[in-house]
Ligand binder design. Sequence first.
Ligand SMILES: N[C@@H](CCC[C@H](N)C(=O)O)C(=O)O
Length: 333
Amino acid sequence: MSTLYKVHGSQNHFFILDQTELSTPLTDTELVEFTKKITNPSSGILNGADGVLAINSPTRPQALAQMRVINTDGSEASMCGNGLRTVARYLSKKYNQDNFLVDTMNANLRVRKPDNLAKGVKAFAVEISPVSFNKSSLPFQNLGYNRIIDQYLPEIYPGLRFTSIAVPNPHLISFMDQNQIESNILKEVGKYLNGDNPYFPDGVNVNFAQILGKNKLFVRTYERGVGFTNACGTGMSATSLAFCLTHPEKGFFNQSIDVYNPGGKVQTIVHHENHTYWIELIGNATFTDQIEISETDLHNCDFSSINITSTEEESDYQNFIQNLPHFNNLSAN
Ligand SMILES: N[C@@H](CCC[C@H](N)C(=O)O)C(=O)O
């Protein structure tokens, strides 16, 4: 029997699959098929998810393990902030360590175990990096700039200013008011830039943000390879950096920033050291279910004989978010 976990960070939901525990790990083709099937609410289990986080042996020295991120559409992402917190919690228990490195597509990233966010709400803090503004890292084209920092881009949406940052997965960020954030603009821009378009050939995660006060944001994200999510960890991290750069009177480096999202709340701390930016992302790492499945069924994507056990952690998370302030009409989908 093998074990899967259904997890979430700010209700950005994933299945964790530890390939190192299997006698025959899933091939890349099998992993893509498995992800598409299990995360789809109709063909999958537990109402599906936004992606699968696969754990492998590390490819870089010093890391405890490698995390790969497969979006629900089968595409692979270079990073996932909410997912990394849950993988860090899993590895922390498995290897009995609270401070270690996780190998991701572009870098080993530091993770550490902080205090619980609230009663029964376990948390992890993770490094988000490397950061780049370069056109080739995103990539983007045909926009007339080498970097996009607080620029009007009427080709994408008239009247909005945009910032584009790779952390290292690609993000496009815009600050706006509550009416705009609640409108259909995000869906329109997100769908356009994640379909065939002349500007972001690999697609881009689109984050719309409302400034709520000093070091306080609300962020809503349309994710590449997924669509609307309750929260995007790398998106909230990239948006925090854009906040400090473009609104220095409200967003401060080296201070804790509260970032609310439709699925809950995280904290970010934006650092600028030795001409390099990096962000610390701190938030819940909630395990909702443990799933037992035979290895043969895993390879065949057959979920008819699985055994699911709830961890009972979700009620504590729901208590935590019930006590958060309510800023708009957007709630977890
Ligand atoms: N939800 C994630 C980001 C997942 C990857 C993204 N869809 C992409 O393709 O870049 C997060 O929490 O960062």
